[in-house]
Design a protein around this ligand. Structure first.
Ligand SMILES: *Cc1c(COP(=O)(O)O)cnc(C)c1O
Length: 712
């Protein structure tokens, strides 16, 4: 999600990397000094391809992806580019006699899958294979495990590459690599080489590595020098079979890439395409320069530096022209696409994730120091979209979540959410296996339930719910022995114990007394358990109002739902701690039709609205099927259009509603109607909820099934 920035550093380094790759294939310094050429083409330039893999990984790989769409698009795009490149090089392959080799078919397959049908094209199939491997490993195992596997793959690759001289000494290894080399000319391919860089790229994107520019800079220089020493040593002792896989290459790339991220100003999108074209076309230019030397003199091939510069010049020139042409060709298509942003053509939810971050911060400031924020993301994160909210909270560093059902919990895991997930509601005990598999913590809603879960014979993590007066879920605080027994159950690992306050939102003296009584009951139980030698696990009591009205409680977790989303349940803001929270969600829809109705005409089902004057009515494309409460029909609710209030007239339908815009000037089809949000007039969730005797929690929960969710 934070990947939308303007990464000038990455954009510009693409060009440098492309020119370094040209250097690898032309050896610019060879006419002058062999060692210098080795240093340039076999050490310095070796950062180029890993950089491209990391860049792809950075934008592609994420633990947080709700489906495989992005991977599919990447593979398709790369495959098309590869296909075009293969076609471009067919004439040269014919000229070089490629098609007259022995075992043509197996070799073609091998080349297409691993080695590339022209020497430099290996990069494209490696991209596809590397991306797929990295994607599935990260999704399945998370970064640490994926990285371990990639490191192992890389080490295997290394011994078939820069360290082959060592592997060659050992009989079994030699056999092993001989076998590999029958399938792929090098281990520098999509299986052994590319995945680690894709994973590193994704890891950098998903994780907040908080190190300074200086530290990164120093680390890069140090690791680069180490790689230099490593490469020179291997070179001196002639250990290499091929020199592209050094121990220090991934380490040094990790720091180099982070350095590039510091430069964030403008986007240079054209460079992206230009670099790709240079990459694909430069071997063609090498051939052309050879051909041109017949007319322009041998210097352009005989002097390696001149040769390099001429090849670069031609490649850049060609890529610039091609970029401009392709860009003009696609620009017209893009502008059409932009105009038709499908997600906002009817009705949609708009999220402001900066506000979410702001609320997390504000809430954490009033929480006791040792307390952890447990983000309650049940019911699609209160209608905001569990995927968007949970992934962005996880990226902000929130590590504890609560949901209502096991399926919500599993869903979070498939989104890649790490950390603790507590299920607040009932789960059928015979799903214990899934609780374990997805590492979910189950609430024990009473003694009978705890026993049933224990009987499954599968160790599950659990929190004991204690009833202290709400009379909903939980073991009564008075049943100390029962609670103690749960702690000794063989297959229940008690990680927490908690209660829920039933009137924490009220500051009426009798309600405060009741809540304080609940709190006392809870701690009475905790003390009794301590007395009986029970090791007390994590404790928690407060929800949003619990925190705002009873901030003095020092619990291990605070289970925050509604306040995270920047609103309270009611518009009454009277709480002991007053927080300026920022609403995360706005609900919007388009005006799709405007009609005039005459005095006495009726609008919508049941003819419940009759115009008292000639009126202008706008039809807005959102209805109760999208979560708009039908109770807001007939002037009880309204929308904001062009900053002005337009009352809902007639009954709200499943997919549409009508508003009176007689008094608003210049409304046109396509205008946006805001149903929940802040504009000139406050129609925030608590306010709207009050129009139908409800609370914002319910209003928000109704959404999030049919509506697309867009991030502002
Ligand atoms: C939903 C829920 C919460 C969150 O409540 P908010 O008032 O939205 O903060 C906390 N605890 C339990 C047990 C819940 O069911």
């Amino acid at each position: 999600m934070k990947k939308s920035g303007n990464y000038s550093g990455i954009d510009c380094f693409r060009l440098i990397a492309a020119l370094l790759i040209v250097a690898i294939h032309t050896s610019p310094l060879l006419s002058f000094n062999e060692t210098a050429d080795f240093i340039l083409t076999r050490i310095i330039a070796r950062v180029a391809v890993p950089f491209f893999f990391m860049t792809s990984g950075f934008f592609l790989i994420s633990r947080y992806s709700c489906n495989h769409e992005k991977l599919k698009v990447f593979i398709k795009k790369t495959a098309i580019i590869y296909g075009i490149a293969i076609l471009i090089y067919i004439p040269i392959n014919i000229y070089k006699g490629y098609f007259s080799m022995d075992n043509l078919l197996p070799n073609i397959i091998k080349d297409i899958v691993f080695d590339g049908t022209f020497y430099h094209l290996w990069y494209l199939p490696a991209s596809i294979i590397g991306a797929a491997i990295a994607w599935y490993m990260v999704k399945r195992w998370g970064y640490s495990k994926a990285l371990i596997v990639c490191v192992i793959l890389y080490i295997i690759g290394m011994f078939g590459d820069s360290y082959f001289g060592i592997a060659e000494q050992v009989g079994v290894l030699k056999q092993f690599y001989t076998l590999i080399f029958q399938l792929s000319d090098y281990t520098r391919n999509g299986i052994f080489f590319a995945p680690i860089f894709f994973v590193l790229g994704g890891m950098i994107a998903d994780t907040n590595f908080k190190s300074s520019f200086q530290i990164n800079g120093i680390a890069f220089v140090v690791t680069f020098v180490l790689m230099f020493v490593e490469a020179m040593t291997l070179h001196t002792f002639e250990v290499q079979r091929h020199d592209s896989m050094y121990v220090f290459l991934p380490v040094c790339m990790f720091f180099l890439f982070q350095l590039l991220l510091y430069w964030k100003k403008k986007r240079f999108t054209l460079i992206r395409m230009a670099a790709l074209i240079i990459y694909i076309i430069h071997p063609m230019m090498i051939v052309i320069v050879h051909f041109l030397s017949k007319f322009l003199g041998d210097i352009i091939v005989e002097n390696s530096l001149v040769n390099y510069l001429v090849v670069c010049l031609l490649s850049i020139l060609f890529s610039m022209i091609a970029t401009v042409v392709i860009n003009n060709f696609t620009a017209s298509r893009k502008s059409i696409k932009k105009k038709w942003c499908f997600e906002t053509e009817r009705a949609w939810i708009e999220l402001n994730l900066d506000n979410l971050a702001y609320n997390v911060n504000a809430l954490q400031k009033v929480m006791p120091e040792k307390s952890t924020l447990m983000a309650v993301v049940k019911t699609q994160a209160y209608g905001h979209g569990a995927f968007q909210i949970a992934t962005s909270l996880n990226q902000m560093g929130v590590k504890a979540f609560a949901v209502a059902t096991i399926d919500e919990g599993i869903q979070l895991r498939t989104y890649g959410i790490s950390g603790e997930i507590l299920i607040l509601g009932y789960t059928n005990p015979n799903r214990a296996k899934e609780l374990k598999k997805y590492d979910l913590m189950q609430t024990l809603i009473d003694m009978k339930y705890a026993k049933a879960l224990n009987r499954q014979g599968i160790t599950v993590k659990a929190h004991i719910k204690i009833d202290t007066g709400m009379n909903r879920l939980g073991v009564s605080f008075e049943n100390i022995n029962e609670v103690k027994m749960i702690f000794s159950m063989k297959y229940i690992k008690v990680c927490g114990i908690y209660t829920h306050l039933c009137c924490a939102d009220s500051l009426l003296p009798e309600d405060v007394e009741f809540s304080e009584n609940q709190i006392d009951n809870f701690y009475y139980l905790i003390d009794k358990l301590k007395e009986r030698g029970v090791q007390i696990p994590k404790v928690h009591i407060q929800s949003s109002y619990g925190l705002l009205n009873y901030p003095q409680l020092a619990c291990d977790y605070v289970r925050i739902g509604i306040a995270l989303y920047g609103v309270l349940s009611k518009s009454d803001k009277n709480t002991r701690v007053k927080l300026d929270l920022h609403p995360v969600l706005s609900l919007k829809a388009r005006v799709v039709l405007i009609r005039s109705v005459s005095k006495q005409d009726t609008v919508s089902y049941g003819r419940s609205f009759q115009a008292k004057r000639d009126s202008l009515i706008a039809i807005v494309s959102i209805g109760y099927g999208d979560g708009v409460p039908r109770e807001l029909s007939c002037q009880k609710g309204g929308v904001l259009i062009r900053g002005q209030y337009a009352p809902i007239v007639g009954r709200i339908c499943m997919d549409q509603l009508a508003v009176d815009i007689t008094e608003i000037e210049d409304v046109s089809v396509g205008n946006v109607a805001t149903l929940i949000g802040f504009d000139t007039i406050d129609i925030s969730a608590p306010n709207v909820a009050e129009h139908f005797d409800s609370i914002s929690n319910e209003l928000l929960c109704r959404m999030g099934t049919r509506l697309p969710i867009i991030i502002k």
